[in-house]
Design a protein around this ligand. Structure first.
Ligand code: FES
Length: 108
């Protein structure tokens, strides 16, 4: 995910204008208010917000919510978005089918 990408920046800016009760992480149903609360309690990174709220732990592995969470951290901490670290990715990096996973196991 490239933070200089226009779509990324649009997503970052869009969440700032939304109401506090909007769902930011759809997979885990975490609201903007919950994320801001985590930041105000000391979360200074996307990984810290993830640990405190579960935002980013869902089935999409934060592909959907990362720009929003990063944008909220950027706004709350008054830091440029470029200084907000990426979330730690867990394998598989891309969604894969069980069939493909099964093929991988056979090659070993
Ligand atoms: S939307 Fe947050 S993990 Fe999927």
């Amino acid at each position: 995910m490239d933070k200089s990408n226009t779509n990324f920046k649009d997503n970052v800016n869009r969440i700032k204008e939304k109401k506090d009760n909007i769902i930011v992480c759809r997979c885990e149903e975490i609201t903007k208010e919950e994320i801001i609360e985590a930041i105000r309690k000391g979360a200074t990174s996307v990984n810290a917000v993830k640990r405190m709220t579960r935002a980013g732990m869902g089935i999409c592995q934060s592909r959907s919510c990362f720009p929003h969470v990063a944008g909220l951290i950027s706004e709350e901490l008054k830091k440029p978005i470029e200084e907000i670290d990426y979330i730690t990715s867990r394998p598989p990096i891309e969604p894969i089918t069980i069939k493909l996973l099964n093929t991988y196991k056979r090659k070993k």
